[in-house]
Write a protein that binds this ligand. Structure first.
Ligand code: MG
Ligand code: MG
Length: 263
């Protein structure tokens, strides 16, 4: 069932989203060669709890940590580990969820560790921009796959690929709600977008082929051809004339990632 959130609920969604944004800021400020992904997870979890939130992912479907931290060829659902030390040239995707008064925010961002290759930098830029291309289509009166199609069109322009097994989703009192938001597909299909719908839009992009594989830990999703992968995600609310990003620092138009808030 797809729900439209009331203005009262949006207040809580914004607070949850802001806590996620604070954790991303802490992650961004901490990511450096030599940091373990377990320590990065702890930094994010402390930030979430200090701000009055609860990490949404800890225990969700049995996930052991606060954040999914996915390095290089890991697409999503990487488990933080004291044995995994970030090194110069890595890219690290940090997927963070926080719950505030029963409402969730969910946002992922891929970060460069020190200086990265031109190929890796392009993958990050294209994946991030594909999120914004999707956001431009997230408005009342459009249909769901207008978002999907915009993401796919941008990614394919650069010859990168989109894994088909993973998608965005509705978000609210559960982290994962209806509808599923694919990152590919023909436009003008699926549900009509309405004011108050909250969606987590999250392009996941491979440098190489689209196929994925899940490792023996039953969580870690890697690219089958071992190519690099990137992941950018915002939780948003559909408004009358566009959408508003929820997973941002709410007191600034231009926060941690130099974005404008309204699309
Ligand atoms: Mg996420
Ligand atoms: Mg998500």
């Amino acid at each position: 069932m797809i729900t439209c959130k009331s203005p009262r609920e949006i207040v809580y969604m914004k607070k949850a989203g802001e806590i996620v944004a604070l954790a991303h800021k802490a992650a961004k400020d901490s990511i450096n060669p030599g940091l373990s992904t377990l320590d990065l997870d702890a930094i994010c979890e402390k930030t979430i709890r200090d701000a009055g939130g609860i990490p949404s992912f800890k225990g969700l479907y049995g996930f052991p940590n606060a954040c999914c931290i996915s390095v290089n060829n890991v697409l999503v659902h990487g488990i933080p580990s004291s044995d995994q030390i970030l090194k110069e040239g890595d890219i690290v995707s940090v997927d963070i969820g926080a719950c505030y008064h029963g409402y969730h925010g969910d946002s992922a961002w891929s970060y460069a560790v020190g200086k990265i290759s031109d190929e890796a930098a392009l993958l990050l830029e294209v994946t991030k921009q594909s999120l914004y291309e999707g956001l431009k289509k997230a408005k009342a009166g459009n249909r769901l796959t207008d978002i999907s199609h915009a993401i796919e069109t941008h990614v394919h322009k650069f010859g990168f690929s989109i894994p088909q097994d993973y998608a965005g989703h509705g978000i609210g009192t559960s982290v994962h709600e209806d509808p599923t938001v694919p990152n590919f597909g023909k436009p003008n299909k699926g549900v009509l977008l309405k004011e108050g719908m909250c969606l987590a839009i999250e392009p996941m992009v491979h440098f190489g082929k689209a196929q994925t594989r899940v490792l023996a830990d039953e969580w870690t999703v890697v690219t089958k051809d071992k190519s690099l992968a990137a992941h950018f995600e915002h939780s948003i609310v559909i408004t009358k004339d566009g959408c508003e990003i929820l997973t941002k620092l709410q007191d600034k138009e231009d926060s941690n990632n130099g974005e404008t808030r309204r699309y």
